[in-house]
Each structure stands twice: as structure tokens, then as C-alpha cells.
Design a binder for this molecule. Structure first.
Ligand SMILES: Cc1cc2nc3c(=O)[nH]c(=O)nc-3n(C[C@H](O)[C@H](O)[C@H](O)COP(=O)(O)OP(=O)(O)OC[C@H]3O[C@@H](n4cnc5c(N)ncnc54)[C@H](O)[C@@H]3O)c2cc1C
Length: 417
């Protein structure tokens, strides 16, 4: 009987895949309608000239509570970043890290000359405070900007400019640290209690693993849904399919008529990949550009981590968060000039650029979790997607789980009544 309940999921991103998994686990066989030709949504990896290129520099934080429930970390063959960063400042390259978690970072951190002794003590104190603070408490707090939060915590302007600003701008994809202090605390806690990791086959290994766990879900690719009304999905050619329940696992404003004026604003970024014979950061550490006028936010040698497709030379990614009006050619030229002047990196060959216009949702009043009932838009339509909570893989997974549970509750209610 459960098999006869028609459940449609719009979008095969991480949130849609988790919704399908929860539904399958409870005996249902949903159909996923996906506009593109693949599952994974924003989580994508290409192989170009033998190099594996993620669409945007993204990492999994292995302490994410929901990711731990849904992902088989061993099968993902995860590889770890070191807990720290290499900073490029005034022609110098210095390393700042958490020596308590990796002893090799002790000496470079102490001799870095970045921030005051008080700053380093406050970083240690914040680690301890957030480790002991429940996620629910973090998300109950009044939101201020991350920048204001750091100031309230007493960090010096120097450590904010040289470390926090470039590091968290690359995560939040905005240069000014306007992002909510709740998100800052959550991400800081995740970094403090676990590691930033990547599957050796690239970030897309995550949705590929989620797809491999689905056996009763029907995937319908290359099928864009034009609109959803209660119980009805309408396709581009005007044809329609009747369903009992729909989970819209993507931004819903373009799909649901009465949400049309609630369009979600998005933050964008660009990732440029270069190949190079030399590598000036030997360890798996992200490189941060501290010059606030620079276009480049961060650099990372992917070849400092083991990869399945590792090409012949080193692979270097450059992330740009600031907006600009340059053509690709002008951008590559500007990035080359900055790499040469700020990092002394010269011998590079341009490989590919990704401009991700809808990378992270721009959110105020961000949440960690929601009740299943809050995902319910109408009697038959439910919502999922990271934009409902906070822009992260953890949020995408949690929203998918909550929406699937809400559908199951609705089915159970309809049986009782
Ligand atoms: C550059 C970048 C860096 C990031 N860095 C991190 C990071 O370091 N750590 C982290 O935790 N998260 C990071 N994220 C965020 C993370 O990737 C997202 O939170 C997550 O992938 C969102 O999944 P989703 O299912 O909510 O949405 P999406 O991945 O956007 O999935 C939505 C799906 O719906 C499909 N779709 C849309 N409209 C329709 C339609 N009308 N009909 C049919 N299908 C439709 C789309 O094609 C897509 O496949 C990053 C994202 C980007 C882009």
C-alpha cells in the first residue's frame, strides 16, 4: 500500500537525496524530478585533463551531526586538511594553526607574528567555549554580524583582518563578515571538534554515495518542473503528473504561484583552477590573502591532498568572493598578477574557471533545525533545501530529513482520519 502513495521530490541535490532515503527507509518509493542530467545539485566534480575539479572550493566538516548519520565516512575515503592556514602578508608567508591538534603547527604559530598573545589565548578560549556550547544554544542567541561578534569577543583588529576575515569570507562567500554570528559559532565549533575533509574522488563522491543507497527511488533527469500546485506537477511542455505529495527540494519561489514574490537572494563566488610545477604550501593548508584590496580570497593546492585524479602537475585553486565586472580573460590576468605579487607564484597554466552564481543562500535569522510541520507549505506540498536553515551540507541533509518525516506524518494523518 505504501508503494501506491505517489511522492514526488523536485531536485536531486543533497536535500532531495536525503528526503528520498528517509522515505525509502519507511517503505515508500518516491520519484525525483531533476532539471539537470545528474544528481548532486551544487555538489559537483568534473575531471578535466586528468585533474578533478570541484565546482567551487567546498569541504565537508566531519563533525556535522547530520552528515555523520547519513554518510559512510570510511567508504568516502576522506582526506583531511590541517587545522590552520597559511597567511600571505606583506610579501611574507606565515602559518597559523591549532597546535593542540597538530603539533607541527606549534612553532610556526608561535613565531607567526600574527595577532597578539591575547588573540591566541582568546582563540583557545573560544575553541573551549564553543566545544562545550550546545548547537541549540548557539542558534537561540540573538544574531549579530560575525564581525561585531569578533569585536565583542575582544579580538584585535589585526587578527580579524589577517585571519578571521579572509578565512571566514571564503566560507561565507562574502567579504565583510556580515554573516550571522550563529553561523560563525556553528562553523567554528565544527572546525574545533572535527576536521575539514574531502573525499579522495572529489566532493561529488558525497551525492554519489547517497544515490548508491537508493534502490526504490525513480530518478527522472533532464526534467524541469515549471510549477507545483497542490497534488500536481507541471512540466515545461505543459504536460502534468498527479501526485499525492510533493517535496520541493530547491528554492520554491519560481515553482509555487503564491511564493513568486519571495525570491531567495544568493551569494556567488568564482573558482579558478591552475596547474603548476611548483608548490609553495607543502602541507594541506589553505592559503589566505590578507590584503583587503586583493581580489583573491584564498588559494589551495589540491595536490597537497591525495586525489583519485591527480593529473601530472600540482593543481591550484583560487577563490574569488568579491564581485567585479571583468571578463574571464581580464580576471585570469588580474589573478595571475596578484599571485605573482602577493604569493610569488609565477609558473602557472590556467585550466578552468567556475562562476557559481547561486552558491550559498543569503539568509537572515538562520536556523539549525526545524520541526517537520514547518516544512509544510500546503496540505500536499513540503519544502526542503539548505536555504530553509543555513547554507551548509548539514542543513541540506537535515531539511530533507524533516520534509520526508512531515510527508510521512501527513500520510499517517490521512489514514487515521
Ligand atoms: C561554491 C560552494 C561552496 C560551498 N562550500 C560548502 C562547504 O564548504 N561546506 C558545506 O557544508 N557546504 C558548502 N556549500 C553548500 C552546499 O553545497 C549546499 O548547502 C548543498 O549542496 C545544498 O543542497 P540542496 O539540496 O539544498 O540544494 P541544491 O544542491 O541546489 O539542489 C537543488 C537541485 O534542484 C534542482 N532543481 C532546481 N529547480 C528545479 C526544477 N524546477 N525542476 C527540477 N529540478 C530543479 C537543481 O538542478 C539541483 O540539482 C557550498 C556550495 C557552493 C556552491
Amino acid at each position: 500500500m505504501k508503494k501506491e502513495v505517489k511522492i514526488a521530490i523536485v531536485g536531486a541535490g543533497v536535500s532531495g537525496l536525503i528526503a528520498a532515503q528517509v522515505l525509502e527507509f519507511r517503505g515508500y518509493s518516491p520519484s525525483i524530478y531533476e532539471a539537470s542530467d545528474r544528481a548532486g545539485g551544487r555538489v559537483k566534480t568534473d575531471v578535466v585533463n586528468g585533474y578533478q575539479l570541484d565546482h567551487g572550493f567546498q569541504v565537508l566538516l566531519d563533525a556535522y551531526p547530520v552528515a555523520r548519520n547519513y554518510l559512510d565516512y570510511t567508504a568516502l575515503d576522506l582526506t583531511k586538511f590541517l587545522p590552520g592556514a597559511t597567511l600571505f602578508k606583506n610579501g611574507r608567508q606565515v602559518t597559523l594553526g591549532d597546535p593542540l591538534r597538530n603539533l607541527s603547527l606549534l612553532l610556526p604559530t608561535l613565531s607567526s607574528g600574527i595577532g597578539t598573545f591575547g588573540d591566541k589565548w582568546k582563540i583557545f578560549k573560544l575553541n573551549r567555549e564553543l566545544k562545550n556550547k550546545a548547537i541549540e544554544s548557539i542558534f537561540r542567541e540573538t544574531e549579530i554580524s560575525t564581525l561585531d561578534y569578533l569585536k565583542v569577543k575582544g579580538f584585535s583588529d589585526e587578527i580579524i583582518k589577517d585571519f578571521f576575515q579572509p578565512f571566514f569570507s571564503g566560507i561565507f562567500l562574502e567579504p565583510n563578515l556580515d554573516t550571522s554570528s550563529r553561523m560563525f559559532q556553528f562553523v567554528y565549533k565544527m572546525f574545533g571538534t572535527g576536521s575539514a575533509v574531502l573525499p579522495k574522488a572529489g566532493i561529488e563522491a558525497i551525492p554519489k554515495q547517497l544515490v548508491s543507497k537508493l534502490s526504490k527511488t525513480n530518478f527522472v533527469y533532464n526534467t524541469k518542473i515549471e510549477s507545483c500546485t497542490d497534488g500536481k506537477l507541471i512540466f515545461k511542455d505543459g504536460s502534468k503528473v498527479l501526485v499525492d505529495y510533493t517535496i520541493i527540494a530547491t528554492e520554491a519561489s519560481h515553482l509555487v504561484p503564491n511564493l513568486r514574490n519571495q525570491e531567495q537572494p544568493w551569494k556567488s563566488c568564482e573558482t579558478l583552477y591552475f596547474t603548476t610545477k611548483t608548490k609553495i604550501i607543502k602541507k594541506p593548508l589553505i592559503g589566505l590573502i590578507t590584503d583587503t584590496d586583493a581580489l583573491i580570497n584564498n588559494i589551495f593546492y589540491h595536490s597537497s591532498l591525495p586525489m583519485v585524479n591527480s593529473g601530472e602537475e600540482n593543481l591550484l585553486s583560487i577563490t574569488v568572493v568579491k564581485s567585479h565586472q571583468m571578463s574571464e580573460e581580464e580576471l585570469v590576468k588580474a589573478v595571475r598578477a596578484e599571485l605573482a605579487s602577493l604569493c610569488s607564484i609565477n609558473d602557472i597554466t590556467f585550466l578552468k574557471r567556475y562562476h557559481i552564481k547561486r552558491a550559498l543562500p543569503e539568509l537572515s535569522n538562520i536556523q539549525y533545525d526545524m520541526a517537520p510541520s514547518e516544512t509544510r507549505l500546503t496540505s500536499k506540498t513540503f519544502l526542503a533545501g539548505d536555504q530553509l536553515l543555513n547554507g551548509s551540507l548539514n542543513a541540506a541533509m537535515l531539511s530533507g530529513e524533516r520534509a520526508a518525516n512531515a510527508v510521512i506524518e501527513a500520510i499517517n494523518e490521512s489514514i487515521v482520519s
